[in-house]
Design a protein around this ligand. Structure first.
Ligand code: SAH
Length: 455
């Protein structure tokens, strides 16, 4: 078969767009070529690596005409490290690009060309925003390395600095790299399933500055633990908790089931708005605390609560959105599939003296129909599903019982657009979509959409 281009061709192309994972897209006689590192508006010289039926891949050899938005990535391991995709694009242009990608799925998938997609709410200072780092260790030619994985591999890109994470995480990562060999601690080897230290996890509560360190080890026996705790305390005085998590399994799931306290408290405490949250080693918690507040405030604004409403928070995690909404609602019902998260949600409600929330563990698509069958009525439904979007049965439930307002929080514009189309066909109207940048320099974008039953 012949295509507009063939493997090993070298050609000059104009970049028209960016894929959802940050590669440039050129069209050669209508045939899309994906080119990592190239930016929209640029003319680049490429070498074609692979051609498939509907699209191909090429490597950028040279930028002939750069985009005015191209910048020198501030991180020295970009783009080898897979953590960021867009550091070569100015932050303003990243936001424009993210809005465009949401607009595009609203037109193409949701078939909603008239629905307003607002300018992305971005960060004033889009660096050092991540409150949680999970750092793998390895040994290469007798030298300990640590950092993040290269895209689609488990190959560590060794670094001492990551300008997305906290300075505490940087310092701990660099210190442990220097010290663990002297202490006789071996790094874990994924290939042979031998060794000891698997991951360093650093979590920081932005509002209180408390830091939790979790050392994920292959077995429980950890003779050097006292020395490690002392080194950590010396390096970072605001460490309030050091935990050991034991993961004996031959898996790439990071944490195991057993967690032991080595020093300090079992949890750190953070605040979103004026609500306090206890975060344990394994709790799910949004990783960009500054933007989480922006996101939740948007959900709250769209919910338009007056104090009389009964609200569902579906896919509630540890109840963060539920508790954020509770003060302005009559009652909030949260549902989440992970039982431990529901325990956290209940404890967090108690911690804050909030008494008008109810949490239930289970699948949203099973629990919500049950609530309705029990005769409960809801005015507003908030959903915040994982990347695959809402379960079909949940969408059917919404269309059957028709709560007056749906606020859809989404981390995947593609599945959001798909679900909006289904809700539109069932009688809802999408009023507006507000994208929020939770992950600067990555290609992800979070959205909040408001739907109601108006004609
Ligand atoms: N709203 C929360 C968490 C959102 S992440 C926050 O802002 O922090 C999505 C959550 O959906 C995860 O906690 C996941 O465990 C949960 N989940 C996944 N499938 C589910 C289902 N079928 N029913 C209920 N919860 C589900």
């Amino acid at each position: 078969m012949s295509f507009a281009v063939n493997k090993n061709d070298q050609l000059q192309v104009k970049i028209e767009d960016l894929t959802h994972d940050g590669a440039g897209v050129a069209k050669v006689d209508g045939y899309p070529l994906f080119i990592p590192g190239a930016l929209p508006g640029e003319t680049v010289k490429v070498h074609v690596l692979k051609t498939l039926k509907k699209y191909g891949f090429a490597k950028m050899l040279d930028v002939i005409e750069p985009s005015s938005e191209r910048i020198v990535a501030p991180c020295h391991v970009f783009p080898t490290c897979g953590g960021c995709q867009l550091q070569h694009l100015s932050y303003e242009a990243q936001l424009t690009q993210k809005r465009k990608s949401v607009r595009d799925v609203m037109d193409r998938i949701a078939k909603l060309p008239d629905v307003p997609v607002h300018a992305v709410k971005g960060m004033e200072d889009p660096w050092r925003y991540r409150n949680k780092s999970q750092i793998p260790f390895d040994t290469e030619d007798g030298r300990v390395i640590a950092g993040f994985y290269k895209t689609r591999t488990h190959q560590i890109v060794d670094t001492d600095v990551c300008i997305i994470q906290t300075t505490e995480a940087d310092e701990l990562m660099a210190m442990l790299k220097r010290k663990i060999q002297q202490l006789g601690i071996e790094t874990y080897d994924e290939r042979t399933h031998k060794g000891m230290l698997r991951h360093l996890i650093v979590r920081k509560a932005r509002q209180t500055d408390q830091v939790m360190v979790v050392l994920v080890t292959r077995h429980k026996k950890f003779p050097q633990k006292q020395e490690v705790v002392e080194l950590i305390q010396q390096e970072i005085p605001n460490v309030t908790s050091v935990m050991q998590n034991i993961n004996t399994a031959n898996t790439n799931v990071i944490m195991g089931n057993e967690t032991i306290n080595l020093y300090g408290a079992d949890v750190i405490i953070d605040r979103i708005g004026d609500i306090e949250f206890e975060i344990s080693a394994r709790s799910f918690y949004q990783v960009n605390p500054v933007q989480t507040e922006v996101l939740y405030q948007q959900a709250l604004d769209y919910a338009g609560l007056t104090g009389d409403e009964t609200v569902i928070d579906a896919y509630c995690g540890i109840g963060t959105i539920s508790l954020f909404l509770a003060k302005q609602a009559k009652e909030v019902y949260g549902v989440e599939i992970v039982p431990q998260a529901i325990q956290d949600a209940k404890r967090n409600a108690e911690l804050n003296g909030i008494t008008n929330t109810h949490f239930e563990a289970g699948a949203a698509e099973d629990v919500i129909p049950k609530w309705y069958a029990e005769g409960k009525l809801f005015d507003v439904l908030v959903v915040d599903p994982p990347r695959k979007g809402c379960d079909e049965k949940l969408l059917e439930t919404i269309l059957k019982y028709k709560p007056g307002k749906v606020v859809y929080v989404s981390c995947n514009p593609g599945t959001l657009a798909r679900d909006l189309r289904i809700l539109e066909d069932g009688g809802y109207r999408t009023k507006e979509v507000q994208p929020v940048d939770m992950f600067p320099h990555s290609s992800h974008v979070e959205c909040v959409a408001l739907l109601d039953l108006s004609k």
